[in-house]
Design a protein around this ligand. Structure first.
Ligand SMILES: [Zn+2]
Length: 115
């Protein structure tokens, strides 16, 4: 259920970006959802469809969500790896649990298109 809050944040992010770029009626936005955020894109879409009806700024906009997998750099063997299971992370090469997360932590507005 925590996707309702994040969906509101995504809409706010889109509204801010539209204001900054002078876009009046956005047609499409592409938003990356990092696997480590644990937000479910399907749930975000569900809430987006509900919220957009009451949010004139995005009422005509298509939201496209892109899943971004977790990415780590191992501090032991230096390998960079993409992780399929964000709930169980170890370096796939050397099995070390010492790593730096380098991707998949964030929600990023990648693109926004006007008319
Ligand atoms: Zn390693």
């Amino acid at each position: 259920m925590h996707e309702l809050g994040v969906t509101k944040s995504i809409i706010e992010m889109i509204e801010r970006e539209c204001n900054a770029k002078g876009i009046r009626n956005p047609k499409k936005a592409v938003v990356e959802i990092g696997a480590l955020t644990t937000y479910l894109p399907d749930s975000i879409m569900f809430y987006y469809d509900l919220l957009k009806a009451e949010t004139p700024a995005v009422s005509g906009m298509k939201l496209e969500l892109v899943d971004v997998k977790a990415r780590i750099v191992c501090q032991k063997c230096k390998a960079e790896s993409i992780i399929d299971d964000p709930y169980f992370i170890i370096c796939p090469k050397c099995k070390s649990a010492k790593f730096k997360i380098t991707g998949g932590k964030d929600i990023v507005l990648k693109e926004i298109h006007g008319k």
